[in-house]
Design a protein around this ligand. Sequence first.
Ligand code: AMP
Length: 288
Amino acid sequence: MKLITDVAEMRSFSALSKGKGLRLILVPTMGALHAGHAALVREGREAGGKDAPLVVSIFVNPAQFGPGEDYLSYPRDLDKDVEAAVNAGADVVFAPLVDQMYPEGFKTHVTVEGLSERLCGASRPGHFKGVATVVSKLFNMVNPDIAVFGKKDYQQFVIIKRMCLDLNLGVEIIGADIVRSADGLALSSRNAQLNPLEREAALRIPRSLSCAVALVKKGERSAKAIIDMVRDIMATPVGGVALTIEYASLVSPETLEDVETIHGPGLLAVAVRVGKTRLIDNVFLNAC
Ligand code: AMP
Protein backbone atom coordinates (compact mmCIF):
# COMPACT_ATOMS: atom_id res chain seq x y z
CA MET A 1 0.00 0.00 0.00
CA LYS A 2 1.23 3.45 -0.92
CA LEU A 3 0.38 6.72 0.83
CA ILE A 4 0.61 9.71 -1.52
CA THR A 5 0.13 13.28 -0.33
CA ASP A 6 1.76 15.10 -3.23
CA VAL A 7 -0.24 15.86 -6.38
CA ALA A 8 2.75 15.46 -8.74
CA GLU A 9 3.48 12.03 -7.23
CA MET A 10 -0.16 11.04 -7.70
CA ARG A 11 0.01 12.07 -11.35
CA SER A 12 3.19 10.05 -11.97
CA PHE A 13 1.73 6.99 -10.25
CA SER A 14 -1.35 7.28 -12.44
CA ALA A 15 0.67 7.83 -15.66
CA LEU A 16 2.86 4.84 -14.83
CA SER A 17 -0.17 2.60 -14.25
CA LYS A 18 -1.79 3.79 -17.48
CA GLY A 19 1.48 3.13 -19.30
CA LYS A 20 1.22 -0.49 -18.18
CA GLY A 21 -2.27 -0.62 -19.67
CA LEU A 22 -3.96 -0.74 -16.24
CA ARG A 23 -7.29 0.89 -15.48
CA LEU A 24 -7.48 3.07 -12.37
CA ILE A 25 -10.28 3.11 -9.82
CA LEU A 26 -10.97 6.01 -7.48
CA VAL A 27 -13.06 6.03 -4.30
CA PRO A 28 -13.27 9.63 -3.06
CA THR A 29 -13.88 10.07 0.68
CA MET A 30 -13.43 12.56 3.49
CA GLY A 31 -11.89 9.90 5.73
CA ALA A 32 -13.19 8.54 9.05
CA LEU A 33 -13.59 5.34 7.04
CA HIS A 34 -16.28 2.82 7.94
CA ALA A 35 -17.93 -0.24 6.40
CA GLY A 36 -19.84 2.01 3.94
CA HIS A 37 -16.57 3.20 2.45
CA ALA A 38 -15.23 -0.38 2.43
CA ALA A 39 -18.25 -1.42 0.36
CA LEU A 40 -17.35 1.28 -2.18
CA VAL A 41 -13.85 -0.19 -2.42
CA ARG A 42 -15.33 -3.64 -3.03
CA GLU A 43 -17.64 -2.30 -5.75
CA GLY A 44 -14.70 -0.55 -7.38
CA ARG A 45 -12.61 -3.69 -7.28
CA GLU A 46 -15.41 -5.71 -8.82
CA ALA A 47 -15.90 -3.19 -11.62
CA GLY A 48 -12.21 -2.60 -12.34
CA GLY A 49 -10.79 -6.08 -11.92
CA LYS A 50 -8.13 -7.35 -9.54
CA ASP A 51 -5.13 -5.80 -11.34
CA ALA A 52 -6.50 -2.24 -11.53
CA PRO A 53 -4.85 0.00 -8.93
CA LEU A 54 -7.52 1.23 -6.52
CA VAL A 55 -7.03 4.67 -5.00
CA VAL A 56 -8.95 5.85 -1.93
CA SER A 57 -8.70 9.61 -1.65
CA ILE A 58 -9.05 11.24 1.75
CA PHE A 59 -9.64 14.96 1.78
CA VAL A 60 -11.85 16.96 4.13
CA ASN A 61 -12.87 19.55 1.59
CA PRO A 62 -13.27 23.02 3.15
CA ALA A 63 -15.14 24.26 0.07
CA GLN A 64 -18.17 22.04 0.72
CA PHE A 65 -18.72 23.15 4.32
CA GLY A 66 -20.75 26.28 4.99
CA PRO A 67 -20.12 28.81 7.76
CA GLY A 68 -20.95 27.27 11.14
CA GLU A 69 -20.83 23.69 9.78
CA ASP A 70 -18.54 21.01 11.20
CA TYR A 71 -15.41 21.48 9.02
CA LEU A 72 -13.09 22.01 11.99
CA SER A 73 -14.60 19.26 14.15
CA TYR A 74 -14.93 16.72 11.30
CA PRO A 75 -13.12 13.52 12.47
CA ARG A 76 -9.56 13.22 11.12
CA ASP A 77 -7.22 10.29 11.80
CA LEU A 78 -5.02 9.51 8.79
CA ASP A 79 -3.16 6.56 10.38
CA LYS A 80 -6.41 4.82 11.27
CA ASP A 81 -7.84 5.57 7.81
CA VAL A 82 -4.78 4.18 6.03
CA GLU A 83 -5.19 0.96 8.02
CA ALA A 84 -8.90 0.80 7.18
CA ALA A 85 -8.21 1.48 3.49
CA VAL A 86 -5.61 -1.32 3.37
CA ASN A 87 -8.02 -3.71 5.08
CA ALA A 88 -10.71 -2.77 2.58
CA GLY A 89 -8.36 -3.58 -0.32
CA ALA A 90 -7.03 -0.19 -1.48
CA ASP A 91 -3.64 -0.01 -3.21
CA VAL A 92 -3.11 3.72 -2.72
CA VAL A 93 -4.35 6.28 -0.21
CA PHE A 94 -4.20 9.74 -1.76
CA ALA A 95 -4.44 12.41 0.94
CA PRO A 96 -3.64 15.72 -0.78
CA LEU A 97 -2.70 18.74 1.27
CA VAL A 98 -5.11 21.69 1.43
CA ASP A 99 -2.62 24.19 0.01
CA GLN A 100 -2.04 22.01 -3.08
CA MET A 101 -5.76 21.49 -3.52
CA TYR A 102 -6.54 25.20 -3.16
CA PRO A 103 -3.42 27.13 -4.14
CA GLU A 104 -3.10 30.82 -3.27
CA GLY A 105 -5.49 32.89 -5.40
CA PHE A 106 -7.82 29.96 -6.24
CA LYS A 107 -10.68 31.22 -8.43
CA THR A 108 -12.14 28.37 -10.51
CA HIS A 109 -15.27 26.42 -9.61
CA VAL A 110 -17.56 23.86 -11.19
CA THR A 111 -21.31 24.36 -10.80
CA VAL A 112 -23.92 21.81 -11.86
CA GLU A 113 -26.97 24.01 -12.22
CA GLY A 114 -30.47 23.06 -11.10
CA LEU A 115 -29.62 19.72 -9.50
CA SER A 116 -27.38 21.49 -6.97
CA GLU A 117 -30.07 23.79 -5.60
CA ARG A 118 -32.60 21.14 -4.57
CA LEU A 119 -32.79 18.98 -1.42
CA CYS A 120 -29.51 19.43 0.53
CA GLY A 121 -28.54 22.32 -1.76
CA ALA A 122 -31.44 24.41 -0.47
CA SER A 123 -30.11 24.52 3.08
CA ARG A 124 -26.42 24.22 2.18
CA PRO A 125 -25.89 26.88 -0.51
CA GLY A 126 -22.55 26.36 -2.26
CA HIS A 127 -22.17 22.81 -0.91
CA PHE A 128 -22.45 21.04 -4.27
CA LYS A 129 -20.31 23.68 -5.98
CA GLY A 130 -17.61 22.68 -3.47
CA VAL A 131 -18.27 18.98 -4.12
CA ALA A 132 -18.26 19.24 -7.94
CA THR A 133 -15.12 21.37 -7.86
CA VAL A 134 -13.16 19.04 -5.60
CA VAL A 135 -14.30 15.90 -7.45
CA SER A 136 -13.29 17.35 -10.81
CA LYS A 137 -9.91 18.30 -9.31
CA LEU A 138 -9.48 14.78 -7.90
CA PHE A 139 -10.35 13.36 -11.32
CA ASN A 140 -7.69 15.60 -12.89
CA MET A 141 -5.09 14.48 -10.34
CA VAL A 142 -5.84 10.75 -10.29
CA ASN A 143 -7.13 10.34 -13.87
CA PRO A 144 -9.38 7.38 -12.95
CA ASP A 145 -11.32 5.21 -15.41
CA ILE A 146 -13.90 4.37 -12.77
CA ALA A 147 -15.04 6.28 -9.67
CA VAL A 148 -17.38 4.92 -7.01
CA PHE A 149 -19.85 7.02 -5.02
CA GLY A 150 -22.35 5.96 -2.37
CA LYS A 151 -26.08 6.29 -2.94
CA LYS A 152 -26.44 7.49 0.64
CA ASP A 153 -25.43 10.85 -0.86
CA TYR A 154 -27.80 10.23 -3.75
CA GLN A 155 -27.95 13.88 -4.84
CA GLN A 156 -24.15 13.98 -4.97
CA PHE A 157 -24.13 10.80 -7.09
CA VAL A 158 -26.59 12.33 -9.60
CA ILE A 159 -24.66 15.62 -9.72
CA ILE A 160 -21.32 13.90 -10.34
CA LYS A 161 -22.82 11.76 -13.12
CA ARG A 162 -24.23 14.93 -14.74
CA MET A 163 -20.88 16.72 -14.41
CA CYS A 164 -19.04 13.81 -16.05
CA LEU A 165 -21.43 13.84 -19.00
CA ASP A 166 -21.48 17.62 -19.37
CA LEU A 167 -17.69 18.01 -19.17
CA ASN A 168 -16.88 14.84 -21.17
CA LEU A 169 -14.70 13.62 -18.32
CA GLY A 170 -14.76 10.02 -19.53
CA VAL A 171 -14.96 8.59 -16.00
CA GLU A 172 -17.42 5.76 -15.42
CA ILE A 173 -19.42 6.58 -12.29
CA ILE A 174 -20.64 3.67 -10.20
CA GLY A 175 -23.23 4.03 -7.43
CA ALA A 176 -22.99 1.76 -4.39
CA ASP A 177 -25.98 0.86 -2.22
CA ILE A 178 -26.37 2.29 1.28
CA VAL A 179 -24.66 0.27 4.02
CA ARG A 180 -26.56 0.26 7.32
CA SER A 181 -25.77 -0.88 10.83
CA ALA A 182 -27.75 -3.86 12.16
CA ASP A 183 -30.38 -1.53 13.66
CA GLY A 184 -30.96 0.16 10.31
CA LEU A 185 -29.14 3.46 10.74
CA ALA A 186 -27.19 4.37 7.60
CA LEU A 187 -23.47 4.34 8.39
CA SER A 188 -21.99 7.82 8.44
CA SER A 189 -18.81 9.37 9.77
CA ARG A 190 -21.11 11.77 11.61
CA ASN A 191 -22.84 8.99 13.62
CA ALA A 192 -19.86 9.16 16.01
CA GLN A 193 -21.10 12.62 17.06
CA LEU A 194 -24.39 11.17 18.41
CA ASN A 195 -24.77 10.42 22.11
CA PRO A 196 -26.62 7.16 22.98
CA LEU A 197 -30.02 8.87 23.34
CA GLU A 198 -29.57 10.74 20.06
CA ARG A 199 -28.56 7.53 18.32
CA GLU A 200 -31.69 5.81 19.60
CA ALA A 201 -33.80 8.74 18.38
CA ALA A 202 -32.04 8.69 15.00
CA LEU A 203 -33.43 5.18 14.38
CA ARG A 204 -36.72 6.92 13.56
CA ILE A 205 -35.12 7.88 10.27
CA PRO A 206 -34.67 4.36 8.79
CA ARG A 207 -37.91 3.23 10.48
CA SER A 208 -39.90 5.95 8.77
CA LEU A 209 -38.32 5.05 5.42
CA SER A 210 -39.19 1.37 5.88
CA CYS A 211 -42.79 2.32 6.73
CA ALA A 212 -42.92 4.36 3.52
CA VAL A 213 -41.81 1.32 1.52
CA ALA A 214 -44.54 -0.74 3.21
CA LEU A 215 -47.16 1.95 2.53
CA VAL A 216 -46.31 2.00 -1.17
CA LYS A 217 -46.46 -1.81 -1.26
CA LYS A 218 -50.00 -1.52 0.13
CA GLY A 219 -50.90 0.71 -2.81
CA GLU A 220 -50.39 4.29 -1.61
CA ARG A 221 -49.21 6.52 -4.46
CA SER A 222 -49.68 10.03 -3.10
CA ALA A 223 -46.41 11.77 -2.18
CA LYS A 224 -48.22 13.91 0.39
CA ALA A 225 -49.67 10.88 2.21
CA ILE A 226 -46.27 9.15 2.25
CA ILE A 227 -44.38 12.24 3.40
CA ASP A 228 -47.00 13.04 6.08
CA MET A 229 -46.53 9.57 7.53
CA VAL A 230 -42.73 9.88 7.46
CA ARG A 231 -42.95 13.26 9.19
CA ASP A 232 -45.36 11.88 11.82
CA ILE A 233 -43.01 9.01 12.68
CA MET A 234 -40.00 11.28 12.91
CA ALA A 235 -41.87 13.97 14.87
CA THR A 236 -42.42 11.70 17.89
CA PRO A 237 -39.61 12.47 20.38
CA VAL A 238 -37.67 9.47 21.71
CA GLY A 239 -36.15 9.71 25.21
CA GLY A 240 -36.69 13.47 25.13
CA VAL A 241 -34.71 13.83 21.89
CA ALA A 242 -36.66 15.45 19.05
CA LEU A 243 -35.62 15.20 15.42
CA THR A 244 -35.68 18.40 13.38
CA ILE A 245 -36.67 17.60 9.82
CA GLU A 246 -34.86 19.76 7.29
CA TYR A 247 -36.63 18.12 4.38
CA ALA A 248 -38.56 14.97 3.54
CA SER A 249 -39.12 14.86 -0.21
CA LEU A 250 -40.32 12.41 -2.79
CA VAL A 251 -38.46 13.11 -6.01
CA SER A 252 -37.66 11.72 -9.41
CA PRO A 253 -34.37 9.78 -9.11
CA GLU A 254 -33.18 11.36 -12.39
CA THR A 255 -34.16 15.02 -12.13
CA LEU A 256 -34.54 15.25 -8.32
CA GLU A 257 -37.73 17.23 -8.94
CA ASP A 258 -40.66 16.71 -6.58
CA VAL A 259 -43.28 14.20 -7.68
CA GLU A 260 -46.89 14.37 -6.51
CA THR A 261 -47.85 10.83 -7.41
CA ILE A 262 -45.44 7.96 -7.84
CA HIS A 263 -45.54 6.09 -11.12
CA GLY A 264 -42.55 3.76 -11.32
CA PRO A 265 -39.48 4.52 -9.22
CA GLY A 266 -39.34 7.46 -6.82
CA LEU A 267 -36.68 8.50 -4.33
CA LEU A 268 -37.75 9.38 -0.81
CA ALA A 269 -34.93 11.51 0.62
CA VAL A 270 -34.64 13.06 4.07
CA ALA A 271 -32.27 15.34 5.96
CA VAL A 272 -32.69 15.51 9.69
CA ARG A 273 -30.94 17.18 12.60
CA VAL A 274 -30.46 15.12 15.73
CA GLY A 275 -29.03 17.49 18.31
CA LYS A 276 -26.18 19.21 16.48
CA THR A 277 -25.69 16.38 14.00
CA ARG A 278 -27.15 16.51 10.51
CA LEU A 279 -27.97 13.12 8.98
CA ILE A 280 -29.26 12.20 5.54
CA ASP A 281 -30.89 9.03 4.29
CA ASN A 282 -33.03 7.84 1.41
CA VAL A 283 -34.88 4.89 -0.02
CA PHE A 284 -36.24 3.94 -3.42
CA LEU A 285 -40.01 3.54 -3.58
CA ASN A 286 -41.11 1.42 -6.47
CA ALA A 287 -44.70 1.82 -7.57
CA CYS A 288 -44.51 -0.75 -10.37
P1 AMP B 1 -17.85 10.80 2.95
O1 AMP B 1 -16.51 10.35 3.42
O2 AMP B 1 -18.91 10.77 4.00
O3 AMP B 1 -17.79 12.07 2.15
O4 AMP B 1 -18.31 9.70 1.92
C1 AMP B 1 -17.48 9.25 0.89
C2 AMP B 1 -18.27 8.33 0.00
O5 AMP B 1 -18.75 7.24 0.76
C3 AMP B 1 -19.49 9.03 -0.62
O6 AMP B 1 -19.62 8.59 -1.97
C4 AMP B 1 -20.62 8.53 0.24
O7 AMP B 1 -21.85 8.49 -0.44
C5 AMP B 1 -20.15 7.12 0.57
N1 AMP B 1 -20.79 6.63 1.79
C6 AMP B 1 -20.77 7.18 3.03
N2 AMP B 1 -21.54 6.47 3.88
C7 AMP B 1 -22.07 5.45 3.15
C8 AMP B 1 -22.95 4.36 3.46
N3 AMP B 1 -23.45 4.19 4.66
N4 AMP B 1 -23.26 3.51 2.46
C9 AMP B 1 -22.76 3.68 1.21
N5 AMP B 1 -21.93 4.67 0.86
C10 AMP B 1 -21.58 5.55 1.81
